[in-house]
Design a protein around this ligand. Structure first.
Ligand code: GLV
Length: 329
């Protein structure tokens, strides 16, 4: 039987499914450090990871490894040139999380613009003595301008929701989406700078890469309206969290909603001290059905890539399909 590593806690019934095909080594505990991960991968044919970094050194120590299935749509934890050089397949879990993640982006944007977390903390602290006409005044969402940076599948799902709020939708992306998609979404392409100047609510949903590192830093924050909000449901590192903290502290923008952080699970200490930010622990895809779908899709990818199951040899979500069928190097 082929051997696999499930590197993180996942739904036990998905691990049971994997046991029908493989001898499973399951780390149902805290994330493995890089040495332990490499040690546990050394005799494995495949693995399921959730954001665990895998690079050339780890792949070199795992000569049998043929596939690593990430239970996430983002795969910046994989060094793809190293996967390609080693002839190891990488897979991810796109699409199944689009709607849940877009819902959550919307929830964070609404929560920070309407000051829901801040006022709730105040209420819990026993501060509510009387209703005031100027208590927790926020910014409008209905009729405002939504700026989406990253118009992929999740960005488009966000944009679709905007029509019910009568919003103007502007977007920025590495490349313009097809004119018929722009027309269907009612979305207008802008440069990043123009988007930042015009949007009332900026939502980030672009993949992390060396090129997208600090897409939003001090310079970009300075372009935003003082009444604007910034929501990050993409990846830590896309925003310069230190610069964002300063902008929030100095009220240079109104508020932020953050689900992802530089160096998470650590959070920039300043962000914990400012009231105008809503902070959540990387849960944008966290609905029962979506997380189950992601776990099952990661399992489908692994099973198929290792040549067993109903789709043997045809994993649904190869990131580097060019290595399929080639020998490991
Ligand atoms: C979550 O962050 C994902 O990439 O799926």
């Amino acid at each position: 039987m082929q051997k696999i590593l499930v590197a993180r806690p996942i739904f036990p019934d998905v691990v049971e499914r994997l046991k029908q095909y493989f001898e499973v080594d399951w780390n149902d505990g805290p994330a493995l450090d890089s040495d332990e991960l490499a040690r546990r991968l050394a005799d494995k044919d495949g693995a399921i990871t959730v954001g665990d970094p895998i690079g050339a050194a780890t792949l070199a120590q795992a000569p049998r490894l043929r596939v690593v299935a990430n239970m996430a749509v983002g795969y910046n934890n994989f060094d793809m040139p190293a996967f390609n050089a080693a002839g190891v397949l990488a897979t991810n879990t796109p699409d199944v999380l689009n709607e849940a993640t877009a819902d959550f982006g919307w929830a964070l944007m609404m929560a920070c613009s309407r000051r829901i977390a801040e006022s709730e903390h105040w209420l819990r602290a026993g501060e509510w003595r009387a209703w005031r006409y100027d208590g927790f005044l926020g910014g409008d969402v209905y009729g405002a301008t939504l700026g989406i940076i990253g118009m992929g599948r999740i960005g488009q799902a966000l944009a679709r929701r905007a029509s019910g709020f009568a919003m103007r939708v502007v977007y920025h992306n590495r490349s313009r989406v097809a004119p018929e998609i722009e027309a269907a979404l009612g979305a207008e392409y802008l440069s990043k700078e123009d988007l930042l100047r015009q949007a009332d609510h900026v939502v980030l949903v672009l993949p992390y890469s060396a090129q997208s590192h600090h897409t939003i830093g001090a310079q970009e924050l300075a372009l935003m309206k003082p009444t604007a909000t910034l929501t990050n449901i993409a990846r830590g590192g896309i925003v310069d969290d230190a610069a964002l903290f300063e902008a929030l502290r100095d009220k240079r923008i109104a508020a932020a909603g953050l689900d992802v952080f530089e160096g998470e699970p650590n959070v920039h200490p300043g962000l914990l001290t400012v009231p105008n930010v809503v902070l959540t622990p990387h849960i944008a895809s966290a609905t029962e059905s979506t997380r189950r779908a992601m776990a099952n899709l990661a399992a489908d990818n692994l099973i198929a890539a290792l040549g067993v199951g109903p789709r043997a040899g045809q994993p649904p979500n190869p990131i580097n399909p060019e290595v399929l069928g080639k020998a490991r190097s």
